[in-house]
Design a protein around this ligand. Structure first.
Ligand SMILES: C[S@@+](CC[C@H](N)C(=O)[O-])C[C@H]1O[C@@H](n2cnc3c(N)ncnc32)[C@H](O)[C@@H]1O
Length: 265
């Protein structure tokens, strides 16, 4: 009997297996955030967004205002490395706990920080569910990311920067942009004969200009580092790498290469 009482006393003295604070935390939809409230993206729509952005294990995904971490965890489940930037430390802790439980903590990282004071330079994919004015504040930073970076925003646009693709599932929308390379400026174009002056005026992913004086560019566009335009009967396609570009031109059946180097902005 004495033995039983001793055992009971020991058991009562042992610390109970308490849940951690992160496990305890229950965010409430609509709760205040720094610049925008917390409203989670539904899991099935996250998959549609990640499909549209073609997220693979080669990607580094950053979710701006990562809430309870669900987008970051879903990206990590696809093998991507992913980072959530969230201002509310309780949400960051909860996200870390959820990533551990999902077995993706080695690829899903979370920091408590302000998205407007964070370095996004490593991202190959940016996801966000913010507000139109916040998207606009972020736009210059997003346009400065490496050409080809995919930006996907749940529900909200980027004003005159028209999306390259719209994702529609039931009544929910997201928009995808491919960060365009900078093509604006004056270029020395070598296209078979003597060099000519290619002038490009860029408006996000659209370009206008002239291939030589009097020959305007038509249906010009930039998709990541890829450029395409028409001039007269010729269709140009190519890739931009800094101040150089090269590609092929199809001139009514005959195909030849072209290249250009930027001489001024
Ligand atoms: C609408 S929720 C989206 C959550 C998550 N991205 C999703 O789609 O499920 C926006 C999140 O941004 C966070 N947030 C608001 N302002 C922020 C800021 N300046 N920096 C970092 N996070 C912020 C909020 O706390 C909230 O969790």
């Amino acid at each position: 009997m004495k033995k039983g009482i001793c055992l009971l006393a020991i058991l009562l003295l042992l610390p109970a297996a308490r849940p951690t604070a992160a496990e305890d935390y229950r965010p409430v939809v609509g709760q205040q955030g720094k610049d925008v409230i917390w409203v989670p993206t539904p899991e099935d729509f996250i998959e549609a967004m990640l499909d549209a952005a073609r997220v693979t294990s080669d990607d580094y995904v950053i979710d701006l205002g990562s809430g309870d971490g669900r987008i970051v965890i879903a990206a990590a489940r696809r093998g991507a490395r992913a980072l959530g930037i969230e201002y509310n430390p309780d949400l960051t802790e909860l996200s870390r706990h959820k990533a551990e439980t999902a077995g993706v903590a080695d690829r899903a990282r979370f920091v408590t920080a302000d998205i407007f004071a964070s370095d996004l330079g490593r991202a190959t994919v940016i996801t966000m569910y913010l507000l139109p004015d916040l998207n606009l504040r972020l736009r210059p930073t997003l346009l400065g990311l490496a050409p080809g970076t995919r930006v996907i925003s749940h529900a909200f646009h980027m004003a005159e920067w028209a999306p390259d693709e719209t994702i529609l599932v039931a009544d929910r929308e997201a928009y995808l942009w491919i960060v365009p390379a900078r093509a604006d400026g004056v270029w020395a174009l070598r296209d078979g004969g003597a060099p000519s002056e290619l002038r490009i005026v860029q408006n996000f992913q659209k370009i206008e200009g002239t291939v030589r004086p009097g020959l305007p560019i038509a249906v010009g566009q930039i998709l990541g580092d890829r450029i395409s335009f028409r001039a007269g009967a010729a269709s140009y396609e190519g890739r931009i790498a800094g101040d150089a570009m090269e590609g092929t031109v199809n001139d009514g059946g005959s195909k030849r290469t072209w290249s250009a180097s930027r001489t001024g902005r």
